[in-house]
Each structure stands twice: as structure tokens, then as C-alpha cells.
Design a protein. Structure first.
Length: 276
């Protein structure tokens, strides 16, 4: 039976129980990244959440996490050299045995990213309240969680606000849909100001670009629609075979070959499930 929003919570719960038994990553609680994966690359979502595949990380994904490690230490008054060492240590450890042609390139940019990100933040009169704080909310009665990069208090205004650091090789013209959903969900969960801080990698410099979401209604409406679509999908597909037969992977989509030089596990999984 669907709830008042037309969402069948029991369909999520049945798949969750099935995944628990099979020790596959559960569908609930949702996250903004799972919502975007389901909406824009459903076969890849199914490989993870239905068929139980796990895939290696990438140098680009670990770039931002490593820089955040360094920033945390600097806020906690550690020496710069210690922060840099910890940043590299995290980056190297998380990419051990990972095949990615850009590991060296990404590693070479880490200290530049840390320096410029820290230079931007250190003089803003901020008190750090938390790192990677878990936030929780519901959309259409479906639980959603996330983890904020930095939870600050402005020392002058005493205002709480949350900052998410995004490292990028391209300057965004605006906040993309995935990040807009993330920010809108976090705002709904915390009722506090959200800011995205992009650290953009250029050949000779790093530029910092702060962006604040203006329209949260549209991303939340899109999130609602994705949840409704997921509810219908889980209702209509009750077995692995149902899921397999309801999806057609786009073999030309760039994500199958990402990152460049990867171990081929994503394509191998696709072939094991769909035969091509």
C-alpha cells in the first residue's frame, strides 16, 4: 500500500531486507548520490544495489577527501607539514591497488589545492563545530542521509552554516543538479545556510569559487519524482531477473570506462549481468 504521497515504503523495505540477508549494500536510507545514480545511470545503480557489485574508487574522488583531511588538521592547529603529510597518506592509502591513469596528475595538484583552500578559509573568522556530520531528513516519508564536509559557526554573527568543498578541473557555470539536490537536502535536514566552495584546478593556479543555492524547491521536487520512480521500479521488479530484463545499459556511456586506465570491473560486471 502506498503512503499519502503515492510511495510504497514497503517496496523499499522488502528490498532492504533482501539486501541485508545477501550482505549487499542496502537501498535505505537514500542519499543524494544514490538518487542521481538511479535517475541518470540506472544500470550502474542496479549493479551496486541489486546485484551487489562493489567498484574501486578513483583519483578524482579521493582528491577532495585528501584535501579535506589536510584542512581539518590545519583548523585543529596542526603544523602545515603534518597536514600535508596526512593528506598524501590518505590519498595514497585509499588508492592502493587502484588502476587509474590520473593518480600521479591528481597527486601533484593536492598541495596546491590545500594551500588555496586553506588561504580562502583561514581568515573568515570561523569556529569549527564538526566534520563529516551526519544529517538526516525525509522526503515523501522516505529516509535520506548525508554527511556534510564542514560545520562552522560564524564567530561574528553566531550563525551556523555548512560548507561542502568540491575540487574540480572545470569551472561550473552554476550548481549542477546533483550538487543542487545535495545542498537542498542538507538545507532541509539542518535548516541552516549551505555553501559550496569549488576549488578549480588550472594549469598555473587554483581558483576558489563559492556558490550558494538560490532555488531549493526545484531540486527537492526532482528528488521527490526520483523517489516515486524508484518506488514504482521496486514494486514492479521483485527479483534480480526482473531488474535485469527491465534495463538496457548504454554501452557508450562514458562512465563504463571511468576512470581512464581502470581495472575494467564495471564493464566486467555489466557483461556478467547483461551479457554485453
Amino acid at each position: 500500500m502506498s503512503n499519502i504521497h503515492g510511495v510504497g515504503i514497503e517496496h523499499f523495505e522488502k528490498w532492504n531486507e533482501r539486501n541485508k540477508k545477501l550482505k549487499i549494500k542496502e537501498i535505505l536510507p537514500l542519499s543524494y548520490s544514490q538518487l542521481t545514480d538511479f535517475a541518470f545511470n540506472r544500470p550502474r545503480w542496479a549493479l551496486r544495489r541489486v546485484f551487489g557489485y562493489q567498484f574501486p574508487t578513483s583519483a578524482a574522488a579521493e582528491r577532495g577527501s585528501a584535501v579535506e583531511t589536510g584542512i581539518k588538521l590545519l583548523f585543529n592547529r596542526h603544523k602545515k607539514s603534518d597536514a600535508v603529510e596526512a593528506m598524501y597518506r590518505d590519498f595514497d592509502a585509499n588508492l592502493k591497488n587502484v588502476k587509474d591513469d590520473y593518480i600521479s596528475w591528481e597527486r601533484n595538484n593536492l598541495e596546491r589545492l590545500l594551500n588555496e583552500s586553506w588561504n580562502y578559509l583561514k581568515d573568515k573568522n570561523l569556529k569549527v563545530l564538526d566534520y563529516q556530520r551526519k544529517v538526516e531528513t525525509q522526503i515523501l516519508d522516505i529516509p535520506i542521509i548525508g554527511y556534510t564536509d564542514f560545520h562552522f559557526e560564524d564567530k561574528e554573527t553566531k550563525e551556523d552554516y555548512y560548507l561542502d568543498l568540491k575540487t574540480s578541473k572545470r569551472k561550473p557555470s552554476d550548481i549542477n543538479l546533483s550538487h543542487a539536490m545535495q545542498q537542498s537536502i542538507y538545507l532541509k535536514a539542518t535548516n541552516a545556510r549551505q555553501e559550496l566552495l569549488y576549488a578549480i584546478i588550472y594549469a598555473n593556479e587554483i581558483k576558489m569559487l563559492p556558490l550558494t543555492i538560490k532555488d531549493t524547491k526545484t531540486p527537492l521536487r526532482i528528488a521527490e519524482q526520483i523517489i516515486k520512480a524508484m518506488s514504482n521500479f521496486l514494486c514492479n521488479n521483485k527479483t534480480e531477473d526482473d531488474v535485469r530484463n527491465s534495463l538496457v545499459p548504454d554501452i557508450e556511456h562514458w562512465t563504463w570506462n571511468y576512470p581512464k586506465g581502470n581495472d575494467g570491473s564495471l564493464i566486467k560486471a555489466r557483461k556478467e549481468v547483461w551479457g554485453f
